[in-house]
Write a protein that binds this ligand. Structure first.
Ligand SMILES: Cc1cc2nc3c(=O)[nH]c(=O)nc-3n(C[C@H](O)[C@H](O)[C@H](O)COP(=O)(O)O)c2cc1C
Length: 312
């Protein structure tokens, strides 16, 4: 997820049992022009494996080159984003906009596959809008040009993030006898119970979880525990919340430098402390501070003050 799935965030997800992770999407144009912001997103670490680097773009040749550049960073796989709905991506011919031109999508995918020795996976949506839900055809044609797995977000581009994800078409694809690659379902999974129920109901090979992990990386261990035992794992204690938030924070500072690390961590506090009494005040205090020591003091204080409080 853009502005979320950087190495500090991925670190706490990995600690909590995630099986497979992807980088934020990276602009193919940025990569081939050596733009610092895009190049920094290629930073991956051994402990993160298996990890995929996700690229996006509108130009086939740029995507071919970006595939080669990203492969040199030595991830376990390359992923193509054909799902992003936001205007400055989808209206510039990238992301979900390729759902409007399957021939081009197929050519682009073939180019990315040819340019790397790594497995290539794809992430997309049901279609552009309600009247053009073409992911069934997309799945067959992308499998033909060599993708190794497909993740489908159960919304159309025009839905953006509104309404509810509909996984029925994802199940249809799973039932297509021509489809041999793994199909992963995505959209609205926010609990272990739902992950279990939807995996069974929609017959997918795996589930991808996005927003529910922001400020709550424990979702991964909870899902795995439920799959393995059929039992709910209790949620994190307050001190665990604080310690994971602190790890996320310290990794941010380590990876981004103090100034940017402190600044970019600010978007996460509200999620880590959701449900605590005074969570708004806590967040407001944390985002007003500019030093690592002060922030750590407030985190200590939260741990001490709320150690007896149960959340959720
Ligand atoms: C802030 C944000 C950033 C996202 N960035 C990406 C991205 O870079 N690549 C991608 O494939 N999907 C991205 N997504 C979409 C999610 O991966 C996912 O498909 C969508 O949020 C639905 O799943 P969820 O309900 O589990 O969050 C992003 C979503 C959010 C909320």
């Amino acid at each position: 997820m853009e502005d979320v799935s950087d190495p500090p965030f991925r670190y706490v997800c990995k600690q909590n049992g995630v099986d497979l992770m992807y980088t934020e999407f990276i602009s193919s144009e940025g990569l081939i022009r050596d733009a610092a912001k895009s190049i920094q997103k290629l930073d991956i670490f051994e402990y993160e494996r298996p990890i995929g680097i996700q690229i996006f773009g509108s130009n086939i040749e740029s995507m071919r080159e970006a595939s080669a550049v990203a492969s040199k960073a030595n991830p376990d796989l390359i992923d193509i984003n054909y799902g992003c709905p936001v205007k400055n991506v989808a209206c510039k011919g990238a992301g979900a906009s390729l759902l409007q031109d399957i021939d081009k999508m197929v050519k682009m995918t073939k180019a990315v596959v040819e340019a790397t020795h790594l497995p290539v996976t794809v992430k997309t949506r049901l279609g552009w809008d309600d009247s053009t839900k073409n992911v069934y055809e997309v799945a067959e044609r992308l499998q033909e040009v060599g993708i190794k797995a497909l993740t489908i977000h159960g919304r159309t581009r025009s839905q953006m993030y509104k309404g509810e994800a509909d996984w029925r078409l994802i199940r249809d694809i799973k039932r297509n006898p021509n489809i041999e690659i793994p199909i992963f379902g995505n959209g609205d999974v926010d609990s272990a119970e739902k992950a279990f129920a939807w995996r069974k109901e929609f017959e997918v090979d795996g589930i991808m979880i996005g927003r529910a992990s922001i400020g709550y990386p424990w979702i991964f261990r909870e899902v795995k525990h439920f799959f393995n035992t059929g039992e709910f794992l209790p949620g994190p204690t307050i001190s665990e919340r604080v310690e994971v938030c602190r790890t996320h924070f310290m990794k941010s500072v380590e990876w981004k430098g103090e100034k940017v690390g402190i600044f970019e961590m600010r978007r996460h506090y509200a999620n880590y402390f959701k449900g605590l009494p005074n969570s708004k005040d806590l967040r407001n205090r944390l985002v007003s501070l500019n030093s690592v020591v002060e922030i750590n003091h407030v985190l200590d204080e939260i741990s001490e003050t709320y150690s007896e409080v149960l959340v959720g």
